[in-house]
Design a protein around this ligand. Structure first.
Ligand code: TYD
Length: 135
């Protein structure tokens, strides 16, 4: 997979004077079945999360609150996606190096994943990642 396979998905937005509502349904708004949901919060200023690739796992990342940057790298090209609206999902296909940084105070990052947690699905060494991309 390459940076060209990344998608910024505009999610449905039901505007309402009582408060807005957005939706993600598997296979409808994202191209995978959701096996796991987790969220990242209370990130101290200047901290970075991620810094790894997944061999199989695909994900959709939403800035439910606040803002942060997701840096994606396919071994040839690097692209930074700034997320700051709760009605955009960033689709990250398998096999990309990804890092999350520049978290604003009180930001909340929702991650929908296509696989259950599996430490063996991670590539944590950047050189190993580059070797896997050039195979
Ligand atoms: P990790 O994915 O390594 O986070 P980051 O790449 O941002 O540092 O996860 C951090 C820790 O949380 C790690 O010890 C494993 C645990 N974890 C789970 O147990 N289940 C999960 O679904 C995730 C994402 C992490």
């Amino acid at each position: 997979m390459t940076i060209q396979d990344v998608q910024i998905i505009e999610l449905p937005k039901i505007l309402d004077k009582r408060g807005n509502l957005s939706i993600i349904e598997e296979f409808q708004h994202i191209p995978f079945k959701i096996a796991r949901t987790y969220w990242i919060y209370d990130v101290p200023g200047g901290e970075t999360r991620g810094g790894h690739a997944y061999k199989e796992n695909q994900e959709c990342i939403v800035a439910l609150s606040g803002s942060f940057d997701v840096v994606l790298d396919d071994g040839k090209q690097k692209q930074t996606y700034s997320l700051n609206r709760s009605y955009y999902g960033l689709y990250v296909p398998r096999g990309l190096w990804r890092q999350m940084q520049n978290f604003s105070t009180n930001s909340l990052a929702l991650v929908l994943s296509s696989t259950a947690y599996d430490p063996n699905d991670y590539i944590r060494d950047y050189r190993e990642f580059l070797i896997s991309k050039n195979r």
